[in-house]
Design a protein around this ligand. Structure first.
Ligand code: GAR
Length: 192
């Protein structure tokens, strides 16, 4: 399975996926390319250090569709079959979603469908929730939305700050994303 990963920032989920592919924990796969919408994303260097082709495609005053079309063209050129969003902080246009039907996945740090979007941990704490977590899901045209593949729960503790809660969830994100991608790869192998 040729995997393309999109990031916007530090890319810790991307690193978890790359390392799991390299170790064989995610079998029969290759990370073909890592693309960021932001040239300053520190994840680009972390991908390059691991020998993965990685570069930015910035929007630069273009429409969302033009930007997405360029990313789709690169992913197709590299033969990408599965697109993993890993902290990619842009909503995909319908053009992008339709270019890889059922082949785009995302990770989000909440128990979706609750708390899509930004400032998740602040909102979870403000609402007095006692549990939160992370979700890996197939991507549709709505923000942080689509069929759920895996979820993992963590407690929200009384003295949590957004930072402590984010860190507790991030620790669960990495193994959850690996397990979800592995599940997709195995399911694809079985159906040919
Ligand atoms: C992760 O917590 C991920 O779940 C979140 O951004 C962070 C990226 O961290 N994604 C979203 O909020 C998507 N709506 P990373 O760059 O270290 O993987």
């Amino acid at each position: 399975m040729k995997i393309g990963i999109l990031i916007s920032g530090r890319g810790s989920n991307m690193v978890a996926l790359v390392d799991a592919v390299k170790s064989g924990e995610i079998p029969a796969s290759e990370v073909a390319v890592v693309i960021s919408d932001n040239a300053d994303a520190s994840g680009l260097d972390r991908a390059k250090e691991r020998g993965i082709e990685a570069f930015a495609i910035e929007r630069k005053g273009r429409t969302r569709e033009e930007h997405d079309a360029e990313i789709v063209a690169v992913l197709r050129e590299r033969g990408v079959e599965l697109v993993c969003l890993a902290g990619y902080m842009r909503l995909l246009s319908p053009l992008f979603v339709q270019a890889f039907p059922g082949r785009i996945v995302n990770i989000h740090p909440s128990l979706l469908p609750a708390y899509p979007g930004l400032h998740v941990h602040e909102r979870v704490i403000a609402a007095g929730e006692t549990r939160s977590g992370c979700t890996v899901h197939f991507v549709d045209e709505l923000l942080d939305h689509g069929p759920i593949i895996l979820q993992r729960e963590v407690p929200v503790l009384p003295d949590d700050t957004p930072e402590t809660l984010a860190a507790r969830i991030l620790e669960q994100e990495h193994p959850t994303y690996i397990e979800a991608v592995k599940k997709i790869v195995l399911a694809t192998e079985n159906t040919g």
